[in-house]
Design a protein around this ligand. Structure first.
Ligand SMILES: Cc1cc2nc3c(=O)[nH]c(=O)nc-3n(C[C@H](O)[C@H](O)[C@H](O)COP(=O)(O)OP(=O)(O)OC[C@H]3O[C@@H](n4cnc5c(N)ncnc54)[C@H](O)[C@@H]3O)c2cc1C
Ligand SMILES: NC(=O)c1ccc[n+]([C@@H]2O[C@H](COP(=O)([O-])OP(=O)(O)OC[C@H]3O[C@@H](n4cnc5c(N)ncnc54)[C@H](O)[C@@H]3O)[C@@H](O)[C@H]2O)c1
Length: 454
């Protein structure tokens, strides 16, 4: 077996490990590795921290925070007086800046505090141990490619008229009418945020499928709620062109149909950052799904590894996955493990209102499989705790194996993210009945509610 570990830096190399990219695929692992005495360099072409803090999770959730509260207030409207307030876009955008603008400097400070060299610039591989950045060559015993993804562009006529998620998250003014192409994570989350701040929102779908990785009967409940809120969905849109008009834009779709709008968001997916990095020249294999790696996250070149979203893999492309991979490489390089990466069940959530979240064996996998038993609850109808918050849509499906061990869970509700988080240790650590009995939770709380259902 190839040896992956060790910090045998010789005068030959500038670094033990040099990372390309400074997102979660890098810093969650690079910081502890530096603390163990490894000499580490990080090359970042844009903002420290990468997508998640600057143009992803943190930025989005700061904008979504008042949206969630507005929906909660909407659900309890008969308990309040006066009109339901809209989210004030300008103030909300300022709130987002207040929350996230300091993060890149904070992350850079953290990384430097453990002795990591940060090199700002675009890195290109020159050979299996060398990266060129800002015209200088930096060498390393091992290189980790953690360059993430960028927004996919729908290559139709007028594609340059459409905007991407990064531009949406930086809009100073909210357009009065937004058309979103794509009904995945970004399309659905941003539709919810824009609608709550008063925009007319239309979501154009390539087929009839929304959030294809989630349990469709629950996704339908979210779509129905979003339609009630005024969001329009156009199925099988087959978008063919974007055109500018005197009053805005037109999206051409279907059989010569046209949809007028003021702003177009292309949310048709994300593509690996693999271009102009010297991958072909050095022999790192990749395709349009990302960089190919083996079970040690090692690429086709022995000294080059990959981490995070840029990897071609079936794991969900999420921050916790990137952080897990990065932490695995730390263990591998410091010889704490010599085993292949072993992923636990990775939880995922879409931050619409209501949210949908899941972990482990899905309801679809379990339904026709005699090894599993699915227990579904309509919490909005039967559960006093959800009724206290007047949640109109709240359903949970728990999947048990033949030993009555919980192996999967899916929930649609405004508390779905917290519920699924509470179940992660049960699925991963499989506590005994006795151990379960010793877990005392706050009451009333979502954790005590969830545990009483197991
Ligand atoms: C709008 C949006 C919302 C999201 N919301 C969530 C969420 O709620 N929860 C969740 O878990 N995940 C979410 N994600 C996904 C999450 O952001 C990613 O999974 C995570 O950021 C991946 O980390 P990474 O380090 O692999 O890549 P990134 O964070 O993308 O970092 C890669 C870095 O590499 C740099 N880079 C690229 N090429 C080079 C080069 N040649 N040289 C030097 N640097 C280079 C880039 O500038 C970038 O900073 C969201 C993503 C988006 C776009
Ligand atoms: N809550 C979260 O964890 C979260 C939130 C946002 C983004 N993310 C991450 O970012 C990634 C990218 O998100 P995304 O929403 O861009 O991708 P996605 O893959 O979730 O969705 C892309 C959508 O575009 C649609 N599409 C593709 N071509 C189309 C066309 N020609 N016309 C109309 N629709 C078309 C697809 O059918 C799909 O619905 C996600 O996979 C996820 O890894 C995660």
């Amino acid at each position: 077996m190839t040896s992956h570990g060790g910090n045998q830096m010789t005068a030959k190399y500038d670094y033990d490990v040099l990372y390309l990219g400074a997102g979660h695929g890098t810093f969650d692992g690079a910081v502890p590795l530096a603390q163990k005495g490894f000499k580490i360099g990080v090359v970042e072409a844009d903002k420290m921290g990468g997508t998640c803090p600057n143009w992803g999770c943190n930025a989005k959730i700061a904008l979504d925070a008042p949206v969630l509260i507005r929906h909660q207030q909407q659900n309890m409207s008969d308990l309040f007086e006066g009109e339901l307030p809209k989210v004030n876009w300008k103030n909300n955008m300022k709130h987002k800046h207040d929350v996230i603008d300091a993060l890149p400097d904070m992350i850079e400070g953290l990384v430097q505090s453990v002795g990591i060299d940060v090199i700002h610039g675009f890195g290109q591989l020159k050979d299996s141990h060398t990266v060129q950045v800002n015209g200088e060559e930096k060498t390393a015993e091992k290189i980790v490619i953690a360059t993430g993804l960028h927004p996919h562009k729908l290559m139709v006529d007028g594609h340059e008229l459409a905007h991407d998620s990064q531009e949406f998250l930086a809009l100073d003014e909210l357009p009065e009418d937004i058309t979103i192409i794509g009904s995945g994570y970004i399309g659905m989350e941003f539709a919810s945020i824009a609608q709550a701040a008063g925009a007319n929102v239309t979501v154009m779908m390539s087929h009839g499928i929304v959030l294809r990785n989630f349990y469709q009967p629950y996704v339908t409940l979210i779509v129905d709620q979003m339609k009630k809120d005024g969001i329009q969905f156009i199925e099988n849109a087959n978008v063919s062109a974007f055109e500018q008009t005197t009053s805005g834009y037109v999206v051409k779709y279907g059989d010569n149909q046209e949809h007028a709008t003021k702003w177009i968001l292309d949310a048709t997916g994300r593509t690996p950052n693999v271009e102009n990095m010297g991958l072909e020249e050095v022999g790192v294999e990749y395709d349009q799904t990302g960089i190919k790696v083996n079970g040690y996250l090692q690429t086709s070149v022995d000294s080059i590894y990959a981490s995070g979203d840029v990897i071609s893999s079936s794991q969900p492309k999420l921050t916790p996955t990137a952080a897990f991979e990065s932490a695995y490489l730390t263990q591998l390089f410091s010889r704490e493990t010599s085993k292949e990466i072993d992923f636990p069940a990775v939880a995922s959530v879409t931050f619409t209102t209501p949210r949908i979240a899941q972990v482990g064996v899905s309801v679809d996998e379990a339904k026709d499989n005699p090894d599993y038993r699915v227990v579904e609850s309509d919490l909005a109808q039967t559960n006093w705790y959800y009724q206290a918050f007047k949640e109109p849509i709240a359903k949970r499906s728990l999947v048990f194996d033949q030993n009555n061990q919980l192996v999967g869970a899916t929930e649609v509700s405004q508390k779905a993210d917290d519920v699924i988080n509470a179940l992660v240790p049960i699925i991963e650590l499989k506590p005994t009945k006795e151990q379960m009995g010793r877990m005392i939770h706050l009451f009333p709380s979502i954790a005590s509610d969830v545990f009483s259902s197991l």
